[in-house]
Write a protein that binds this ligand. Structure first.
Ligand SMILES: [Fe+2]
Length: 269
């Protein structure tokens, strides 16, 4: 019998960063949809680590790293311990207390550590607005060489992100034709209703876990999801604005202390 294909969302946010869904709610979504996911919270790994440790659904330890240059990277690992070491070395020392997304880490530094620790790295939404766009950096004489160095160091680019305007994805798809990289897709969901709007399919059923999933990702042994849907931009902007304002006002430690991260006992397992 042919092995079951698993839908897998490579880019989403939990309530540990600027998303709304709790870990049990995301697990429930995975069960209902026979899917898996990588929680890629902004400069934050607690949600991803918790999901891996609970081990209820297919998942990959991951993070979305925001850099001082503005570019963001989706960094995936086969194991939690590798993700934790990456966070300790490349992310935690560079955090701002009042900004969730950006940090002081330089692109090439966080990519060096990722490579050393055996990560798979995809450049997130490469043609999103402003400083997040590698397109802008490639077009400017002052930043072109650096942008090309960054491109050399990533394994993949995110060619479809369901949380940004279509025109940015069309630029990314055109750009992708001219480079030799792996193409990843993700929903960038901040709400449960947007999970799975974009992603990939891999081999493996509901028992498939980190190393086997990671092997397929790194080996480009997966397919893009057939149906892609854009997320609700207005609702997403409202959620992000609320979460980032809270983070700024409270600052990092108080934001996490006040956020409802605790997993209720009746939702364990
Ligand atoms: Fe994201």
């Amino acid at each position: 019998m042919a092995e079951q294909r698993l839908a897998f969302d490579l880019h989403c946010h939990s309530n540990f960063s600027d998303g709304l869904p709790s870990i049990p709610a995301m697990e429930e979504w995975c069960r209902k949809n026979r899917a898996g996911l990588a929680i890629t919270d902004h400069n934050e790994i607690r949600g991803s680590v918790l999901m891996a440790e609970r081990d209820n659904v297919p998942n990959l330890p991951a993070i979305e790293v925001g850099t001082t240059e503005g570019l963001e990277f989706l960094v995936y690992f086969p194991t939690v311990s590798q993700l934790e070491e990456y966070y300790r070395r490349a992310v935690e020392p560079h955090l701002y207390s009042r900004f969730m997304v950006k940090s002081r880490v330089r692109c090439l530094e966080c990519l060096d550590v990722a490579r050393e620790l055996g990560a798979f790295v995809s450049l997130a939404h490469p043609f999103a607005f402003g400083r997040k766009s590698i397109g802008k950096k490639l077009a400017a004489a002052a930043s072109k060489d650096h942008a090309n160095q960054v491109l050399d160091q990533v394994d993949a680019i995110e060619v479809f992100n369901a949380g940004i305007p279509g025109i940015s994805n069309r630029y990314a798809a055109d750009f992708y034709q001219g480079i030799e990289k792996i193409a990843t897709l993700g929903s960038d969901a901040h709400m449960l209703s947007d999970l799975g709007n974009a992603g990939i399919t891999m081999l493996g059923g509901s028992s498939c876990r980190g190393p086997k999933l990671f092997e397929q990702l790194r080996g480009d042994d997966f397919e893009p999801q057939a149906e892609l849907t854009y997320s609700s931009l207005l609702r997403t902007v409202a959620v992000i604005a609320w979460k980032h304002t809270s983070f700024f006002v409270l600052s990092r430690d108080r934001y996490h202390a006040s956020n409802r991260h605790a997993v209720p006992a009746n939702q364990i397992g």
